[in-house]
Design a binder for this molecule. Structure first.
Ligand code: C2E
Ligand code: MG
Ligand code: MG
Ligand code: MG
Length: 276
């Protein structure tokens, strides 16, 4: 009897693994098809504002997948599959090309920030893709920012640093995303002259109620100021957070309080008012 129960549980477990593996496989198949056509992938943009003036200074490009059956699929549900299958190279090139074209249509020459995956540093030609996107769109390289996470520097530091330097020498800014969420953030600030760091939203989420988080945010701001690095707070959701960030001297803010990410068709009017 006990043996039967054990087998029953194993069956449930193995069914679940089977289900997950089928889901991953169909996500990969569907994503490959979506990439070859292009139409299902959309880029939404979220504004970053200067904390003191409240003016919009940049937009971050965030990819979404409008799947014919699953509806709007968020990046957390497909970026990992794209990375594991190598499809992230084509996806990354599509986002780079399209976002640079979109930025050329904006009525103000604001900065554009694009996330790149650690896998793009190992497979494909990231430097070449950025150069192509810039030259084909005509976007001024000084308007482009590339967001990376610590993972880039962990796996293949020598090659990653070389590629980052080449990208930076084009005039493109290099941003360290999700700062503080990993394990050795401080060391990375020595390895590479980042132009900007984005404080991970988990610190912003509880900085009002949690003294430790507030102290960490304050210390990151002090450190960044001494290193002459611009700081963005991600995930700003309420006025108390924004007020505290202002009093601590944070440069830029991004979050639902200011605006959710939105399609290009909506944002000029929403962000700049109807006068444009
Ligand atoms: P990320 O680069 O750290 O982007 C910020 C994420 O926080 C976005 O989630 C954004 O919608 C969300 N967010 C913004 N404001 C708030 C807020 O006030 N509260 C909360 N709770 N969340 C907020 P999203 O769009 O789902 O993207 C998730 C992650 O997927 C991104 O994190 C980034 O790592 C990755 N990603 C998105 N687009 C791309 C892409 O084109 N290429 C690559 N390689 N990764 C991408
Ligand atoms: Mg980002
Ligand atoms: Mg982030
Ligand atoms: Mg993230």
């Amino acid at each position: 009897k006990a043996k039967d129960e054990g087998r029953g549980q194993w069956q449930l477990y193995s069914d679940e693994l089977d289900r997950q593996s089928k889901h991953r496989h169909s996500t990969e198949t569907d994503l490959r098809r979506a990439l070859s056509k292009g139409g299902e992938l959309e880029i939404h943009y979220q504004p970053l504002t200067a904390v003191t003036s409240g003016n919009v200074v940049a937009f971050e490009a965030l990819v979404r997948w409008n799947h014919p059956e699953r509806g709007m699929v968020m990046p957390d549900e497909f970026i990992a599959v794209a990375e594991a299958s190598g499809l992230i190279v084509a996806l990354g090139e599509l986002v780079l090309a399209r976002a640079c074209q979109d930025a050329m249509l904006w009525t103000r020459p604001l900065r554009l920030s694009i996330n790149v995956s650690p896998v793009q540093f190992v497979r494909g030609d990231l430097v070449g893709a950025i150069q192509t996107a810039l030259s084909e769109s005509g976007l001024d390289p000084h308007r482009l920012e590339i967001e990376i996470t610590e993972g880039v520097l962990i796996n293949n530091p020598t090659s990653a640093l070389d590629q980052l330097s080449r990208i930076q020498s084009l005039g493109v800014h290099i941003v360290l995303d999700d700062f503080g969420s990993g394990f050795s953030s401080l060391a990375y600030l020595r390895y590479f002259p980042f132009d900007k760091v984005k404080i991970d939203k988990t610190f912003i989420a509880d900085m009002i109620d949690n003294g430790e988080s507030a102290a960490i945010v304050e210390s990151i701001l002090l450190l960044a100021k001494n290193l002459k690095i611009t700081v963005v707070a991600e995930g700003v959701e309420n006025v108390d957070q924004l007020d505290l960030l202002r009093s601590l001297g944070c440069d830029q803010a991004q979050g639902y309080l200011i605006s959710r990410p939105m399609p290009i068709a909506n944002f000029e009017k929403t962000v700049f008012g109807a006068d444009i």
